[in-house]
Design a protein around this ligand. Structure first.
Ligand SMILES: Nc1ncnc2c1ncn2[C@@H]1O[C@H](COP(=O)(O)OP(=O)(O)O)[C@@H](O)[C@H]1O
Ligand SMILES: [Mg+2]
Length: 402
């Protein structure tokens, strides 16, 4: 996901779309028929409010079923029985946030607005093709699942918008019946058996957890953040005991414990992870592009016999994030605002731009440590001069204001 650029294009009243809490309230699922069981499963994954709103425009037994919601996409599966034989097993991903977010911007002339949106969407399809070719060059053809993207008019209602943008003021009179959106058809991957059959290599911003946690041990959490952050940006030397560093990385990114465990248990997994890390570093150094590694499952390793295969489901985004933005922020901080390290600070807008590249840098380097390649991590010039606390304070303030 990526959320940062999308958010900056809409009104300040909006809040970050939160993943809806998994609040299933159905009675005993064994009493439900197959269709109802599928719907109750879907509600567990995406939340009742959104599920209700989608059912209004998409009767549940008509074909596509909502199976997941990420930071940008609503993901639908098409039941096999409804598909022509010539189709492979697919998912349909509607980039709802990109177009839905645009509805919050000041809209004077709806016709001009729609034209502008369509042009922007067409431009992203062209850009994406280039980025996919590049990705395949660095990571191999099969690492990027086959995908075709179209612009389609998709139904939209005030209820869908309010459930996707909690806290936003939705003016029902201004919501059109349909809106153009990017709709992608992608090969379906079997994402079950996490930890055995597949493992996610990506993780969301830890600053969000810091802000959300009301723990008594807040100070201890901050210290743990600072330790791991400094390690992953190259500011801190590696510890003599590598276990200490791995433990601190797993505190920053708790889902990485699974990766650490697999590295210990499975030499084939460790080898593949090392190979992925090398490619991530090469790609980042050559292109300066910043992959979207914030979001569960954006990049996964999937078991295939005794070996593991890389699948990059959702590492590209429309925002064109680049490590250059992080570079510029560091230069600005150092040149213009501080005579010494104590005067450093991260301004609100800079925090928004730094969030994604900083996380991507840390995730790549965390994977390098976990796979035993900590001697060659990705570095951004000057980043080691900036203490973790500056990023922690600036980014936490940014995420809590959204
Ligand atoms: N090709 C796929 N096969 C199976 N599940 C998928 C596929 N693509 C996405 N999903 C599911 O949908 C979720 C969100 O998809 P993703 O592409 O990451 O969207 P977003 O851009 O909104 O983060 C994923 O975490 C995954 O669970
Ligand atoms: Mg994603």
């Amino acid at each position: 996901m990526n959320k940062t650029a999308r958010e900056s294009s809409v009104s300040h009243e909006r809040t970050i779309p939160q993943d809806a809490a998994p609040t299933i309230q159905e009675s005993d699922p064994t009493l439900l028929d197959a269709g109802a069981q599928q719907r109750s499963f879907m509600r567990l994954r995406v939340g009742n409010h959104l599920a209700d709103a989608i059912e209004q425009v998409l009767p549940p037994d008509s074909g596509p079923r909502l199976i997941a919601k990420g930071g940008e996409h609503l993901v639908f599966e098409v039941p096999k029985k409804d598909m022509p034989d010539t189709f492979r097993d697919i998912v349909v991903k509607v980039n709802f946030y990109r177009s839905g977010g645009a509805l919050f911007s000041p809209m004077k002339d709806p016709v001009a607005f729609e034209l502008q949106l369509r042009q922007a969407l067409e431009e992203s399809i062209i850009q994406r093709r280039v980025k996919v070719l590049e990705l395949r060059k660095y990571f191999g053809y099969d690492a990027v699942p086959a995908q075709k993207t179209f612009i389609r008019d998709v139904p939209v209602t005030p209820e869908i918008l309010t459930s996707l943008y909690p806290g936003a003021r939705v003016d029902a009179k201004r919501v059109p019946k349909t809106m153009p959106a990017l709709v992608s058809v992608q090969r379906r991957l079997e994402l079950s058996g996490e930890g055995e059959q597949y493992v996610s290599l990506t993780e969301y911003y830890p600053e969000r957890q810091l802000v959300d946690s009301h723990a008594d041990d807040a100070r201890e959490q901050e210290e743990a953040y600072d330790f791991a952050h400094d390690l992953l940006t190259g500011r801190r030397e590696q510890s003599e005991d590598p276990c200490k560093d791995i433990e601190s990385i797993c505190r920053l990114y708790p889902e990485m414990r699974l990766i650490a465990r697999l590295v210990d248990q499975d030499p084939a997994f460790k080898k593949k992870l090392g190979d992925v890390v090398e490619r991530l570093i090469l790609y980042s150094r050559d292109t300066h592009r910043c992959l979207d590694l914030a979001g569960h499952n954006n990049m996964t390793l999937m078991k295939s016999g005794d070996s593991w295969k890389l699948k990059m489901l959702d590492v590209l985004n429309d925002a064109n994030f680049s490590f250059d933005a992080l570079d510029r922020t560091i230069v600005e901080m150092q040149e213009h605002r501080a005579s010494d390290v104590h005067g450093l600070s991260l301004q609100h807008e800079e925090a928004g731009k730094a969030l994604n590249p900083l996380n991507t840098l840390r995730v790549i380097n965390a994977l390098a440590f976990l796979s035993g390649h900590s001697e060659d991590i990705l570095k951004i010039s000057g980043i080691e001069q900036i203490p973790a606390s500056v990023w922690r304070e600036g980014i936490s303030a940014y995420v809590s204001s959204r």
